[in-house]
Design a protein. Sequence first.
Length: 364
Amino acid sequence: MRASRADDLPAISASLRVLRGSLCFLSTNATGDVVSTAPILEARNLARVFAVRRSGGLFGRPAQLHAVDDVSFDLAPGETLGLVGESGCGKSTTAKLVLGLLAPSAGEIRFEGAAVPAPGTAAWRALRRRMQMVFQDPMGALDRRLPVGAQVMEPLAIHGLGEAGARRERAQALLEAVGLGAHHFDRYPHELSGGQRQRIVLARAMILEPSLLVCDEPISALDVSIQAQVINLLLDLQEKYRLAYLFISHDLKVVRQISHRVAVMYLGRIVEEGDPDEILAEPAHPYSQALVSAIPVAAAARRRPRLILKGDPPNPVDRPPGCAFHTRCPVATARCRDDVPVLKALGGTRRVACHVAHGEGGSA
Ligand SMILES: Nc1ncnc2c1ncn2[C@@H]1O[C@H](COP(=O)(O)OP(=O)(O)O)[C@@H](O)[C@H]1O
Ligand code: SF4
Ligand SMILES: [Mg+2]
């Protein structure tokens, strides 16, 4: 279940939940205001191929690595889409494509209803203010030589927004919004804990009033006790500012706490997408079943036998034909070796890319 803050009052109003699949892009929020739920972000058939060399370094044969392949999703204002999958499945590449930090080999990103301009152009820089990012390592994202207050204000200076006094005021308000105090303003990153540094990164991301935050493994480097605090902070900020999150993690449990919808990736493709609670209770794709099965729970509470996957994911340079999961799939059929399964609806709001889940696997 998506978490509400530990001290939460009635869970975030159902009216704030996105009416997925609805043709009506209007909804009411918790205070009764009518708000738009038209997608803020639309990713269509995104692909990214890297030119690499096979093992052998400089002298290896050239090859193509399909890091992201035919990925499509929508994200509405105030909504969180969780992207989950093993290391190397293409999550960070998807994040970079969304932010325009990498150009797609194919496909399109639309943000707030318009195609994202070419990276590096003035139009792209203006738009990037509305899309911010938070990565795993807050220390790497901060400048060790600068007090954190100056770093929170920095984006305003870069974009020439406000006078010095107003910038300082706004930065202090944001430090407060992320649970830090005015006394943190003149501290240096090394004087803060990991959790406090990630709060600084969030404050700096928020200062330009973005409508989308791309969070790539934002809590993976933090102690478990601090992770819940940062998740609560993200939930608070989302509720207050109606932010949309693309939230990336290799951990389905973490993704479930914050996401309205989850997309499971395997070798560059989305294999299942839907409501996190439903996917956790009844994963339809064999790979999702393996991910759910890997979550530690008491043996008595386990609803289905534990499924341990054979081997490591294949090298994406040698992506298996047909369903890329067939080399590890316990229920693969002959069809799976040749036919790429299409991501399509499986009742309700679930989408699944699996011949067998759709009852179209044929004989073994
Ligand atoms: N710049 C790059 N050049 C070549 N291969 C890359 C590059 N960036 C990512 N990859 C490869 O693309 C695949 C997906 O990587 P990534 O998106 O970082 O996965 P994840 O974030 O899910 O761990 C991996 O096989 C990775 O090695
Ligand atoms: S399409 Fe076939 S190989 Fe792929 S997940 Fe489904 S059953 Fe397994
Ligand atoms: Mg990554």
